[in-house]
Design a protein around this ligand. Structure first.
Ligand SMILES: [Zn+2]
Length: 91
């Protein structure tokens, strides 16, 4: 019997990855999300935006003050990489 790989899911309210303890979405989680939402980049954007708002609420709930630019970069910063297919450069 082989062990199933542990998914890279957020541990709330601290929003660290349950698998690798990196700030969620960690790099493996981002790759998983890009694969899961392949062809549905708008849905991925909504999911990550909703997750960002939940994380901001959780941070406030912990009595801390989140940095909006940092949270935006963390949750939505890589969306442009997921949205556009890789193209060969035009010469
Ligand atoms: Zn992880």
């Amino acid at each position: 019997m082989t062990a199933r790989p542990r998914p890279h899911l957020p541990m709330r309210p601290v929003w660290l990855c349950r698998n690798c303890a990196a700030p969620w979405p960690c790099s493996p989680a981002q790759l998983d999300l890009i694969a899961e939402f392949y062809g549905h980049s708008i849905a991925l954007a909504f999911y990550l935006a909703a997750s960002m708002h939940e994380a901001i609420d959780d941070v406030y709930g912990l009595g801390l003050r989140p940095s909006s630019p940092a949270m935006h970069a963390r949750f939505l910063g890589r969306l442009s990489l997921a949205r556009w297919p890789r193209r060969s450069p035009r010469l």
